[in-house]
Design a protein around this ligand. Structure first.
Ligand code: PLP
Length: 437
């Protein structure tokens, strides 16, 4: 069957119309097994999701046990709770990391972003400052695909069709993208100072009493390619947020839950933590759709002193089955020291990438942390010249990799202001030396 015939016949509206997708019939550790028996190494775990690989009998068992012995569905808007939801929140928050003390579980990262924004707005409402509804995000950022999440995402091409829906109560500052934006001879300190000043200026331009929050990925994932900030950046951002009481919202949907070698990526930034944090992907390790929002105690204090409830909710919020699967995944990660393993294997991955791929004339930058790495491609290494817009270089890398049995997530270069052709290399925490090679 030709691609056109397949696309026309399938009742699924696939995300691309130009390629016929191969059918996956099973997962086996890091591998995907296709209908024709071919094995493909899933080097990016989808978009950095399946952090325990594709087959984890203990998680499968937890899911079936839960369905047999417990409740499949509880409506979070009813006067009921359930054991799985409570236990997952306990696992994440018993130690109150950075003062985070309450959780909301939703289905997708985009919903988590929406919930985070709405919580911030409600927080200011309850605090008697209802005019604080403006958010500052960063250019080239991605926080999700719902309209709310897209409003605070600076990624131009994802916003393109929906400009008419984009809120005017959002503005953007530069990301901490040292590879392209740090001037020659500029120190990290001076670069941080420049970005911090731009952020402070933006708060002052909008008016501090109008700014609800600043949203950023702690380590930028798909749009800028596993990009950690330069040292001191988040410290400076946290200080400015504190100065103007702007809420710091850290999006760790892709970079959190152990990916970078610590449970939360912000732990490596020398800050006390965010006021609101989003998590997803590795939370349920891909066995179930699950994301979440973690709130600082101060947010809860304001909400509970206010109108007496949460002005936000979904039908499938805090789904017990999803929480049961995530509990099993998180217990395995803890029991098997997999976050430390992601650090150790991450060092090996970095060394391999730098040795085997780094010298290639089209490889401009290799960056990341833990088991969360990206390779940025350029036309000219010395000049850092990006590929022409629409050259789709990355798509070719992805296609050729697939022919070699390697599934890798590539991001199309053109994001508006910069050309960022990159692939994501983020294998599961259980990856072996042989698989890394
Ligand atoms: N935030 C970040 C940083 C992401 O990488 C993503 C997805 O890739 C999202 C939010 C949106 O998550 P979802 O696709 O689960 O809605």
């Amino acid at each position: 069957m030709s691609t056109d015939e397949f696309v026309a016949r399938s009742h699924i509206l696939h995300r691309t119309f130009s390629e016929r997708p191969s059918k996956i019939v099973k997962g086996d550790g890091i591998s995907l097994i296709l209908e024709n028996g071919k094995r493909v190494i899933d080097a990016s775990c989808g978009p950095s999701v399946s952090c325990l690989g594709h087959s984890q009998p203990e998680v499968f068992e937890a899911i079936t046990n839960h369905l047999r012995d417990d409740i499949a569905y509880v409506y979070s808007g009813s006067p009921y709770t359930n054991a799985a939801t409570e236990e997952l929140a306990d696992i994440l928050l018993a130690d109150k990391p950075g003062g985070l003390s309450k959780a909301i579980f939703v289905n997708s990262g985009s919903e988590a972003t929406d919930a985070a924004l709405k919580l911030a707005v409600q927080y200011w409402h309850e605090r008697g400052q209802p005019k604080r509804t403006h958010f500052i995000g960063r250019k080239q950022s991605y926080h999700g695909n719902t309209i709310g999440a897209l409003c605070v995402s600076g990624h131009e091409s994802r916003r393109e069709f929906y400009q008419d829906f984009m809120s005017s109560n959002v503005s953007f500052v530069d990301p901490c993208y040292a590879y392209r934006m740090k001037n020659a001879n500029e120190s990290d300190e001076a670069f941080v100072q420049r970005l911090a000043q731009q952020f402070e200026n933006e708060i002052l331009r909008v008016g501090p009493n109008r700014v609800a929050g600043f949203i950023a990925e702690t380590v930028s994932g798909t749009t800028l390619g596993c990009l950690p900030a330069v040292p001191g950046y988040f410290k400076a951002i946290r200080e400015i947020c504190d100065k103007y009481e702007v809420l710091l919202i850290l999006d760790e949907i892709i970079c959190g839950m152990g990916k970078t070698g610590t449970m939360h990526a912000w732990e490596q930034e020398g800050i006390r933590g965010p006021d609101i944090q989003t998590i997803g992907k590795a939370l349920g390790a891909g066995f179930v759709p699950l994301s979440g929002v973690l709130l600082h105690q101060k947010i809860f204090d304001a909400l509970s002193a206010g109108s007496g409830g949460l002005a936000h909710g979904h039908t499938f919020q805090a789904h017990p089955l999803a929480c049961a699967a995530a509990i099993a995944a998180q217990k395995i990660i803890k029991r098997d020291n997999l976050i430390e393993r992601s650090r150790i294997m991450g060092d090996k991955l970095e060394a391999l990438l730098r040795k085997e791929i780094g010298p290639h004339p089209l490889v401009g930058d290799i960056r990341g942390r833990g088991l969360f790495w990206a390779v940025e491609f350029v036309l000219d290494k010395d000049m850092k010249t990006p590929f022409p817009i629409n050259a789709n270089f990355c798509s070719q890398v992805v296609k050729n990799s697939l022919n070699l049995g390697l599934n890798i997530l590539g991001n199309l270069g053109h994001t508006g202001e910069y050309q960022v052709d990159h692939i994501l290399v983020c294998p599961p925490y259980t990856v072996t030396d042989g698989e890394l090679e």
